[in-house]
Design a protein around this ligand. Structure first.
Ligand code: ARG
Length: 457
């Protein structure tokens, strides 16, 4: 396809170099953003008297007809074009003739591509936010159903203290609410208009950059033209947020995989989100969770790609920057896919409270509660800790749990222990009485759910 830039070149580009140079397979997906940007630009050129108003109107009409035809599939994108910007400008001129050649006045593909990408990514950030909200809904559903489901809380993957399954799930809810705010925060800096920075040094035409910013829904303009065309910080910020989202999904997936194993059997995944084995007929594999965990590395890789791509670039635009889109789009697509399957996998997952309770009953996770019992009765915590530790060792030797210790043995350990000890180390009581802010008590669970609900609008 014809080049826009054959100005001072006397030979056609070598066909392999031409393929190598082309980004159309990647950037085609920005066609509607590109057309939107061009309509805003042409309208501004017309309003400022830089091109005739009539030409601006014809350009707008031509661009909108291209948009319609691309949307409906009537027009196919020429895969031999250099990029989407070249294709649309070429198609416009083919359709409307001379006025089409005026569109690129006071503009360069450098500010054009930066504009398109910012518009595209801010929309993607919103889609991703909506998908995160679906995950939050699943978390709230499960948490509401499992407020009273007791499970062992872990540190070092060792049973530590009793909590509820709701409390555990809501911890992930909190992570995803932070991800939502990270996305909003990164969109604030992303949503600045680079259009009008031109190739690198602005223009001698009397353009109005605020007019295009307003038309395109930007909050402001990029204040330095060199920065405007060469900044990709917004890609890095978005990818770092997406990496964090994946890290959260991956940790959650890892736990789901463990919980679904025969060793734990805390949950059962719905058949619609598990796969079988081609050889072992009994198998129910948590492939979806495993793939989410597996795809996390690829999003981290995309972040590193952009960071590395930028680290040695002199100002302003360099062709290296064309590589940004492959990485950013891959990350966006991957995160969207993962969130899309994760939300229903989570909401259809069945908790198995009996197994969680059984696990909670072993491992002496109410030992802290016994020590606290003695401390409340006036014993220094360190002494109480020692006595409890000795009792735990004794229980282990006997093969019993703390609630099976006979009263005589308790009395031998400390006079302060009375009959009420059995109710005070009951697991449900241990969870309910952890009433400190942010703990697993019902009050706290309700507050957490309400807080997360505030994000799902
Ligand atoms: N396809 C290019 C990109 O994605 C568009 C900008 C081209 N600019 C240039 N000076 N060659 O970066």
């Amino acid at each position: 396809m014809n080049k826009l830039w054959a100005g001072d070149l006397h030979k056609a580009l070598d066909s392999k170099a031409d393929d190598f140079n082309s980004s159309i397979k990647t950037d085609s997906r920005m066609y509607s953003q590109d057309i939107r940007g061009s309509v805003a630009h042409a309208t501004m050129l017309g309003a400022m008297g830089i091109i005739p108003k009539k030409a601006a109107d014809e350009i707008t009409e031509g661009l909108l007809s291209i948009l319609d035809d691309l949307d409906s599939g009537k027009l196919q994108i020429d895969q031999t074009a250099e990029d989407i910007h070249t294709f649309i400008e070429g198609e416009l001129t083919a359709r409307i003739g001379e006025p089409g050649k005026m569109l690129h006045t006071a503009r360069s593909r450098n500010d054009q591509v930066a504009t398109d990408l910012r518009i595209y990514l801010r929309d993607q950030a919103e889609e991703i936010s909506n998908l995160i909200k679906e995950v939050l809904k699943s978390i709230i559903k499960q948490a509401s159903e499992n407020e009273k489901t007791i499970m062992p809380g872990y540190t070092h993957l060792q049973r530590a203290q009793p909590i509820s399954f709701a409390h555990h799930l809501l911890a992930y809810g909190m992570m995803f609410t932070r991800d939502l705010t990270r996305l909003q925060d990164c969109v604030k800096r992303m949503n600045q208009n680079p259009l009008g920075c031109c190739a690198l040094a602005g223009t001698t035409y009397h353009t109005d950059r605020y007019m295009t910013a307003h038309a395109l829904g930007f909050d402001g303009i990029m204040m330095n033209s060199l920065d405007g065309v060469s900044d990709r910080d917004y890609c890095i910020e978005l990818l770092s947020t997406l990496s964090t989202i994946m890290m959260h999904l991956s940790r959650f997936s890892e736990e789901i995989i463990l919980w679904a194993s025969w060793e734990f059997k805390f949950v059962q995944l719905d058949d619609s989100f598990t796969t079988g084995s081609s050889i072992m007929p009994q198998k129910k594999n948590p492939d979806i969770a495993e793939l989410v965990r597996g795809k996390t590395g690829r999003v981290y890789g995309d972040l590193v790609t952009i960071l590395t791509m930028l680290k040695g670039l002199p100002l302003a635009y360099n062709k290296d920057m064309q590589e940004d889109k492959e990485a950013v789009f891959d990350a966006v697509d991957t995160v969207k896919m993962c969130l899309t399957v994760f939300a229903p996998m989570l909401s259809t997952m069945k908790a198995i409270p009996e197994n969680m309770l059984k696990a909670a009953g072993q491992g002496f996770i109410n030992a802290t509660d016994l020590a606290d019992y003695l401390t409340v009765k006036g014993m220094p915590f360190r002494t109480a800790y020692k006595i409890t530790g000795d009792l735990v060792s004794w229980c282990m030797a006997q093969g019993i749990t703390l609630d099976q210790v006979p009263m005589e043995k308790y009395k031998e350990s400390s006079d302060l222990i009375e009959d009420d000890i059995y109710s005070k180390i009951d697991l449900a009581y241990c969870v309910a009485s952890r009433t400190s802010e942010g703990g697993p008590s019902s009050d706290s669970i309700h507050k957490q759910i309400e807080y997360i609900n505030g994000f799902i609008k």
